[in-house]
Ligand binder design. Sequence first.
Ligand SMILES: Nc1nc2c(c(=O)[nH]1)N[C@H]1C(S)=C(S)[C@@H](COP(=O)(O)O)O[C@H]1N2
Ligand SMILES: [Mo]
Length: 254
Amino acid sequence: MNRSIKRRSFLGGIMAGAGALVLSGCAKVAETRIGASLIGSADDWHKRAHRLAGGRAALAREFDKSDLSPFFRGNGSTDVDTDAYRAAAEEGFANWKLRVSGLVEQELSLSLDDLRALPQRTQITRHDCVEGWSAIGEWTGPQLSRILEMARLKPEANYIVFRCADTLSGSRYYESVDMVDAFHPQTVIAHSLNGEPLPVQNGAPLRVRIERQLGYKHAKYLTGIEAVASLDDIGDGKGGYWEDRSGYQWYAGI
Ligand SMILES: Nc1nc2c(c(=O)[nH]1)N[C@H]1C(S)=C(S)[C@@H](COP(=O)(O)O)O[C@H]1N2
Ligand SMILES: [Mo]
């Protein structure tokens, strides 16, 4: 009995369903086969709880330098067709600003130098595009969590919206994630690919890496990060450019 209760409190509210099942039967459930397999050892419980509650916090696989794709293709927008972007590219994006706004205590306007001055994370990951191709690249930049900590999210903030400079078929590209992905350790605002500043085709000067999700979530040509309570009033309300237009899932977990 005590052990069941202990286990239940370890799982907290996250596994309320399974926890309630254990509690309702207590020792009795443990005597049955299904009960025994459900309860198992404390270790099993840990593993199961992590899979259910912490599964999305797991890291995407990271690779070695020897795995790098010789060429990381560009997909979707491979340039930004505005005078402002062309001018910015010509000056090496020295005046590019990443605006952090919305439901934050402290709005921010960060230059590339500001972003490079933060602690950096470098990761070699595989990018999977829904269209059926993959590429392995090494990305470097500050973690998004670090930037959000600087901006101090308000309690009402539920999602992070990524604003982009490019337009596809007349609409600005955008994307969004919930706080689990926003604070995931591999979610970085990348300024470099394979140790070099991002090429234009791959989203110069800044792009998001959301390593547990498909390619279309990785917003390129990033101009803004906005904390919002709801996605309803952003774009057509489905959370992203492709989500609004096609059947692409908002949560594109891999
Ligand atoms: N701003 C912006 N971000 C974008 C896109 C886009 O068209 N515009 N395409 C998405 C898609 S579908 C993929 S697969 C990746 C491609 O990244 P890459 O050009 O570095 O290969 O960027 C994603 N991010
Ligand atoms: Mo894609």
